[in-house]
Design a protein around this ligand. Structure first.
Ligand code: ATP
Length: 503
């Protein structure tokens, strides 16, 4: 798995998907640039999300707020005081970790133990096995479960109270060892604020300090009434946004999974207080379905409920994806109550209430949000599409089986050879297709080599123009996944490809 991940990263660079930022200066830690193919894939993902949110839901509109916001925004949102990660260092390896993540990993290990016990018993008892009865009576399972519940409760308390000594005690009690040094020689747990700051205007004074937004959501909250009034929106309604966010992640690793500059696609859904659980369940199901329609395999997604809730939430879960390094958070779904709007009211002194004409009363709406990291979504598609294949003739190929609607290029136009009028014919075909489908033209190298290059960037179809084309106006269409070719009339090509490449 580790090797596979390395190969994916190398492939992403070699084929113009992702480059380290400012690479000629040896890169910048946890910052990446998207290359010519990566930018196309990323744009397609954005479009897919944006259309789903704003076209398929007539009560959701999109905005594009600025990255810089009035500094009081971050006081009101709680980020100045509470957006801290508890960090711990191993004294031997000198590596720094998030203490809450170490503890959650330890909990996951205990959960694994329970699953192993269940599996073992399943084998032993065969048809007579009853899982319910087993887990409520087996002594070992009960012991693990008790420990899990206790640990979760302690973690929740420690995080809720910002009690760093209690976090450290948990690391000690769980006997967590550093994966690198193998030792349990830990420093105290300390908190780091994740926001980047800079100065606005020319004077470097504390009063001019502003932050780069650590989430896009606040741009939506502060515009809530602007949108509601100008758009004549009625509750329930949503506001969607795609944009950059910045976090000074202390433990930045795992390629584009955890970056310091990244992109979020968020939607805040404004609802009547008291209806939050209904809408929370609604968006959980909707978002899961959306991911599954991408076609990467339903078994690669699962929900993970949060037991330790962030300062703003009364219910929260993640949609996790099976990344090369295991199941990890891809999207968060949070019931944020009226936490944000209420605090913006308090700090700004401006009313942020909605007048409900049916109820004939004003209230601060509740919010359920869906928040997906665009870069993590990109990584999910890239890592699952990447496949190394052994072919029947003994040769090997690397193919990106990117779902056709998301592929950077939909079709490659390839004249078999560079003469006899084939390039001219190819150009005419391309001119007919290029306004509807992103085309890639290539005439250099043997045709087999060109097919391989298209496989490597995930182009779902190759059109080859050969001598027969000049005689009967047909071309071959090669399918990336099956590598099969079929002869098709030029007149039928466009409709066929548009059909195959639409969502
Ligand atoms: P994590 O626990 O992994 O740090 P989070 O719970 O802090 O993530 P949220 O604040 O809920 O994340 O942000 C919503 C989404 O934004 C996440 O599901 C993730 O896809 C994305 N995201 C958050 N931080 C990063 C990052 N540093 N790099 C890339 N994507 C990120």
């Amino acid at each position: 798995e580790d090797n596979l991940f390395k190969n994916v990263i190398a492939h992403a660079k070699e084929y113009g998907f992702i480059f380290p930022s400012s690479e000629i200066y040896d890169g910048l830690s946890a910052v990446y640039d998207y290359g010519q193919n990566g930018a196309e894939l990323k744009n397609n993902l954005k479009e897919y999300w944006w259309k789903f949110m704003t076209l398929l839901h007539d009560n959701i509109v999109g905005i594009d707020a600025a990255i810089f916001m009035h500094p009081t925004t971050w006081k009101a949102s709680g980020h100045v005081d509470a957006f801290n990660d508890p960090m711990i260092d191993n004294k031997d390896s000198k590596k720094r970790y998030r203490a809450d993540v170490l503890i959650e990993d330890a909990i996951a290990k205990m959960e694994d133990k329970i699953n192993k016990e269940v599996e073992k018993a399943e084998k032993r008892f065969g048809d007579a096995f009853n899982k319910e009865t087993f887990i409520t009576t087996n002594a070992r399972v009960l012991e693990y479960q008790k420990k899990i519940d206790e640990t979760n409760a302690r973690l929740k308390d420690a995080m809720g109270n910002g009690d760093m000594a209690a976090m450290k005690q948990l690391v000690i009690d769980l006997e967590i060892a550093d994966p690198i040094s193998g030792t349990k020689n830990w420093t105290d747990v300390r908190q780091f604020n994740l926001m980047f700051s800079t100065e606005i205007g020319s004077l470097a004074e504390e009063a001019n300090k502003i932050y780069l937004r650590p989430e896009t959501a606040q741009g939506i909250f502060v515009n809530f009434l602007n949108v509601q009034k100008t758009g004549r929106m009625k509750i329930p309604f949503g506001i969607a946004q795609i944009g950059k966010a910045f976090r000074n992640e202390i433990v930045a690793r795992q390629f584009i999974f955890r970056m310091r500059e990244f992109e979020q696609m968020e939607m805040q859904f404004f609802i009547k207080p008291g209806e939050e659980m209904k809408w929370y369940e609604y968006w959980k199901a909707k978002r899961m379905k959306w991911h599954q329609t991408l076609g990467l395999g339903n078994e690669n997604y699962r929900f993970h409920d949060h037991l330790n809730l962030a300062h703003y939430a009364n219910a929260a879960c993640d949609i996790q994806f099976n990344f090369p390094m295991g199941f990890k958070e891809l999207e968060g779904i949070h019931s944020r109550t009226d936490f944000d709007l209420k605090n913006h009211e308090k700090y700004s002194g401006k009313k942020l209430q909605y007048f409900d004409s049916e109820e004939n009363q004003s209230y601060i709406p509740y919010v359920v949000e869906t928040s997906v990291g665009l870069d993590r979504l990109f990584l999910s598609v890239l890592s699952k599409s990447y496949q190394e294949e052994k072919l029947e003739d003994g040769s090997e190929r690397v193919v990106l089986r990117i779902p056709a609607p998301l592929a950077p290029h939909k079709v490659a136009i390839l004249p078999l050879i560079k003469r006899d009028g084939l390039p001219e014919k190819a150009e005419a075909i391309m001119n007919d297709l290029k306004y509807d489908l992103r085309c890639f033209y290539e005439e250099k190298d043997a045709i087999g080599k060109r097919y391989r290059r298209q496989d490597a960037i995930g182009t779902p179809y190759c059109i080859t123009i050969d001598h027969q084309t000049l005689e009967d106006d047909t071309v071959t269409i090669r399918d990336r996944d099956t590598m099969k070719q079929e002869r098709v009339k030029i007149a039928d090509v466009k409709a066929k490809l548009i059909d195959a490449c639409s969502i």
